[in-house]
Design a protein around this ligand. Structure first.
Ligand SMILES: CC(=O)N[C@H](C=O)[C@@H](O)[C@H](O)[C@H](O)CO
Ligand SMILES: CC(=O)C(=O)O
Length: 286
């Protein structure tokens, strides 16, 4: 089988929130303005949909399909891109957890085989799945088992494991980092780009962080990373979860993203407003 080499993902990728109506139904009409906002206000050109931030696990398969198509249509319309999705990514099963990296790799192989033409990324997010197998071990020999394998979305804090993945990877793979608070550490380790929830509203700042890093201006990159951390520390002190994050995005962008789905509880308006104000203040200080 010929390996499928997709467009190598680089730069910033926003993990999008799923717009819902006040009644909790998916709200496809908010997607076009959302894409406009990311492009025009944040300079973010790539999106990761139906993931953690998009409450993918709380959506039906039918809803996920409708959303994926709408995100694609709106995104492709903006970019005049000739292709649709650049790839799919798959997390570990988390109810029955794989006992070994090999078991997980075999699972990923079966899923990837269902869409063999689609560039495939393993999505490591141990804090959510509870699966702490080292990604480096999952990658061992994976190109032989998954010809469409294209890289890793690594949302773990173990930078040694991440570094070992970078060191193992052929140059056409893409290694994307997913803990926004410490992206700079992962860039130093060799990340090709980043996928995260905060790039919905901090994209333009973090784009500057990445270009400062590319130019070797570490003091500047660090200043921006510390701003991101200061914003998130403020939010964490108030109690920060995905519902708060979603409401914060509505607050900052003016988009009507609606409530989260259970078991997440809606975020009280004043809380998101307070974080949004602190965010403006911190970014204004630069
Ligand atoms: C658990 C989770 O949702 N992680 C996201 C990406 O994987 C991150 O983008 C975080 O939301 C972000 O780093 C803020 O903590
Ligand atoms: C943040 C991220 O990558 C996700 O929402 O899945």
């Amino acid at each position: 089988m010929t390996p499928i080499v997709g467009r190598k993902a680089t730069g910033l990728v926003a993990a999008t929130f799923t717009p819902l109506t006040p009644e909790g139904e998916i709200n496809l009409s908010e997607i076009r303005p959302y894409v406009d906002y990311l492009l025009e206000q944040q300079g973010v050109k790539s999106i990761f949909v139906n993931g953690t931030t998009g409450e993918g696990m709380s959506l039906t398969v039918e809803e996920r399909k409708l959303l994926a198509v709408e995100w694609l249509i709106q995104n492709v319309a903006r970019h005049a891109a000739e292709i649709g999705a650049d790839g799919i990514s798959v997390i570990s099963p988390s109810f029955f957890k794989p006992a070994t990296a090999e078991a997980l790799r075999m699972f990923l192989q079966e899923v990837a085989a269902a869409a063999p033409a689609m560039p495939f990324y393993y999505y490591h997010i141990p804090a959510v799945t509870g699966v702490n197998l080292r990604s480096r071990d999952v990658l061992e020999g994976i190109a032989n088992q998954i010809p469409s394998f294209q890289g890793l979305k690594f949302s773990g804090s173990d930078l040694m494991d991440f570094g070992q993945c970078v060191n193992y990877s052929p140059s056409h793979w893409s290694l994307l980092y997913g803990i926004d608070e410490q992206l700079l550490g992962a860039l130093a380790m060799g990340a090709n780009g980043a996928v995260g929830s905060t790039y919905n509203y901090l994209g333009s700042s973090v784009n500057r962080l990445m270009s400062a890093f590319d130019k070797g201006d570490l003091p500047k990159a660090r200043t921006i990373q510390f701003q991101v951390q200061d914003i998130l520390c403020y939010a964490i002190n108030l109690g920060f979860d995905l519902a708060v994050n979603k409401q914060l995005m509505s607050e900052v962008s003016g988009l009507a993203l609606g409530p989260p789905r259970l078991p997440l509880l809606p975020c009280p308006h004043p809380k998101a407003l307070s974080i949004a104000q602190r965010l403006q203040q911190i970014l204004g200080e630069q």
